[in-house]
Structures are given as C-alpha cells and as structure tokens.
Design a protein around this ligand. Sequence first.
Ligand SMILES: [Zn+2]
Length: 157
Amino acid sequence: MLTFSNKTDHVTKTLELTLEGAIDDDMALPALDLTGIAHFTIDFDLVAAINSMGVKKWMLFLNSSNLDKVHVIFKNCHPAIIEQINLSKSFLPNHGKVESFYADYICESCDHDQEVHFRSVSFDTDNIPDHPCPKCQANMEFDGDEDYYFMFLEFAQ
Ligand SMILES: [Zn+2]
C-alpha cells in the first residue's frame, strides 16, 4: 500500500510529492497537475519496498504526468530505489537528479549494518567516505559494489 501527499509552492514553482509505503501492484497515484511547475520533487524516504509490478506502475504514473518542462528531483532514495535508477534510466525521467540517497554500510568490527545518508552534490565516488559505527566507534565501510551502486551519480548528480 502506497500513500502520498503533495504540496505545491507557486512562488518557487515546486511541487513536492512525498511517498510512504510500498511501490507495488496496489500502487495508485493520480496524474498530477504540473502546470506552471518547474521543479517536481519526489521524496522516497518512507518508501519501504518496490517490486517489478510497482516499477511498471511507476512508469505509467510518470508517462501520465507531463514532465517535458519539469526538472525531476529524487530525494532520500534508499538502496532499492537506487537499484531501479541504475537498472533503467527511465525510472528517473529526462534530466532528473538524485539530490540525496542512502548507501548500505557495515562495521567490520562488530558487524553492525545500517544505511547512511548522503547528498549527491558533495559525494565523491573516488573517495567514498567511511562512517563511524554508532555501536563501537570503529569505521564502517560501504557494503556493496562501488562501481555499480554509484553509477547513477554519473548521469543524475
Ligand atoms: Zn561497530
């Protein structure tokens, strides 16, 4: 079940869509009125899961929205969303940007794992940062295939 809220700011010409739940077979989003909107921001922070039917429905939702003159900005993308962006460029429409995202990190000392949040603009794939482990203070490291996971930054940063 996916719920959403959206708010429009006519001064900044921004429409922000906040999603919560799962992007799956039951997903139903209305086509949004993007008249006069320059920036369409989608916040994925509370999206817990996505499956293949959800991806198809997501594409239908985007196709039903008139995005020709709109900058699409994805925020707070968890790894499941980043995987979809890496798999299919049409998951993030033309000229879309990922403003911020999460990456899986693991502590080699105590095995604690968690997602760490980053802003794309300040992220350097040549120098992937460590993160202090909240449990034992050792360094946590990115847990995954760097070349694959951060691919989206090449076209969506
Ligand atoms: Zn630790």
